[in-house]
Write a protein that binds this ligand. Structure first.
Ligand code: C2E
Ligand code: MG
Ligand code: MG
Ligand code: MG
Length: 292
C-alpha cells in the first residue's frame, strides 16, 4: 500500500515538474523578446526619510506584462532570467531607464534623489560590470552619487568573482551600495564588516511583527543600532502600518519604504507628483511606460 502511495506521489511530482518546465520555457521565450516587444516596464517605489520628513529616493522594480501570460511577478521571472543569462540584458535595460528617469528629475530641480536598482549576482559576476555602469552614467548624464546599487547577501555569496573587489571598484565611480533583504542571509555580519556598503535595508520579515513580537522588536532595534555604529543609513522595508512606523521612529530608523508611504507606482505618476504639470518644460520626453 505504501508503495502505491509513493508511486502516485512520484507521478504527481513529475507532472508538476513538467508543468513548471513548460512554464519556464514559456517565460524564457517572453523574456527573450520583452524589450523589443515593450512588454517590460518599471515601477518606482518612493523611500521616505522619517527624520528629515521628506522623500529621499526611490527603488526601481522590474515588471513584465505579456498579452498571453498576463502579469509576471519578479519572483517567477527573475530566476528564469538569471538561469538563461537574460538578466544581463534586462538588468541593463532597467539601469538605463532608471538613470534616465532620475536625470530628468534632476533637470527639473530634484537633484538629491537617489534611484536604487537591484543587481543580480549574474550581473555582478561579469568582469565588465563596472564599465557597463560607467557607460550608462555617461550616456544618461546621471551623477554617480544619485545611483544606488542594491545587492543581497545571497548575491554576494553566489558571485563568481570576488564580490568585495567588484563592489570596491564600483565605489570608485561614486555610486552608492545598499545591502538588500538584510538579515535573511546566513553570514550578514561578515558582509557588514568586509564590504563597502552605504545603506542597509532591513528585511520586511523583521518589520512585520515589530509591534506584536518583543523579540522581533529587539532584533530590529539591534539592527538599526548596529548599522548606525558602522555609519550606515537604515531603510526599513515593507512598512505597512502606523504602529510599525512609530516603533521604527522611536528606534531612530532613517528611512522607510512600504505601502504606508507608497506602493510601487508608474514613472509618470511619480513624475507628476514631484513636478506638477504647470512646472513641466513641455518637452515630450516622457519615457515609454506600459499602458493597457
Ligand atoms: P526587493 O528588492 O526587496 O524589493 C522590495 C519588494 O517588496 C518589492 O516587491 C515591493 O513591491 C515589495 N514591497 C514594498 N513595500 C511593501 C509593503 O509594504 N508590503 C509588501 N507586502 N510588499 C512590499 P517586487 O516588486 O515584487 O519585487 C520582488 C523582488 O524581485 C525584489 O525584492 C527584488 O529582489 C527582485 N527584483 C525586482 N526588480 C528587479 C530587477 O530589476 N532586477 C533584479 N535583479 N531583481 C529585481
Ligand atoms: Mg538613498
Ligand atoms: Mg531591492
Ligand atoms: Mg528587499
Amino acid at each position: 500500500k505504501s508503495k502505491d502511495t509513493g508511486k502516485n506521489k512520484f507521478t504527481l511530482f513529475d507532472v508538476t515538474m513538467e508543468e513548471e518546465l513548460n512554464r519556464n520555457s514559456l517565460i524564457t521565450e517572453v523574456l527573450r523578446h520583452a524589450i523589443a516587444n515593450k512588454e517590460i516596464y518599471v515601477m518606482y517605489q518612493p523611500q521616505y526619510n522619517i527624520r528629515k520628513e521628506e522623500m529621499t529616493g526611490f527603488e526601481a522594480l522590474m515588471r513584465i506584462h505579456n498579452p498571453k501570460l498576463g502579469e509576471l511577478t519578479p519572483q517567477e521571472f527573475i530566476p528564469v532570467a538569471e538561469e538563461s543569462g537574460m538578466i544581463t540584458e534586462l538588468g541593463e535595460w532597467i539601469l538605463r531607464e532608471a538613470c534616465l528617469f532620475n536625470k530628468r528629475l534632476i533637470d527639473c530641480g530634484h537633484d538629491s534623489l537617489s534611484v536604487s536598482v537591484n543587481i543580480s549576482s549574474v550581473q555582478l559576476s561579469k568582469a565588465n560590470f563596472k564599465d557597463i555602469i560607467q557607460n550608462i552614467l555617461e550616456e544618461t548624464g546621471l551623477p554617480a552619487a544619485n545611483l544606488e546599487l542594491e545587492v543581497t547577501e545571497s548575491t554576494l555569496v553566489s558571485s563568481l568573482t570576488n564580490a568585495s573587489v567588484q563592489l570596491s571598484s564600483l565605489k570608485e565611480l561614486g555610486v552608492l551600495i545598499s545591502l538588500d533583504d538584510f538579515g535573511t542571509g546566513y553570514s550578514s555580519l561578515n558582509y557588514l564588516t568586509n564590504m563597502p556598503i552605504d545603506t542597509l535595508k532591513m528585511d520586511k520579515s523583521f518589520v512585520n511583527n515589530i509591534c506584536s513580537n518583543a523579540k522581533d522588536a529587539r532584533i530590529a532595534s539591534g539592527i538599526i543600532n548596529l548599522a548606525h555604529s558602522m555609519k550606515l543609513e537604515v531603510i526599513a522595508e515593507g512598512v505597512e502600518k502606523v504602529e510599525q512606523l512609530e516603533v521604527l521612529r522611536r528606534n531612530k530608523c532613517d528611512i522607510i519604504q512600504g505601502y504606508i508611504y507608497s506602493k510601487p507606482i508608474l514613472p509618470h505618476v511619480l513624475f507628476e507628483t514631484l513636478i506638477p504639470a504647470s512646472e513641466d518644460t513641455g518637452n515630450d520626453t516622457t519615457e515609454k511606460v506600459y499602458q493597457n
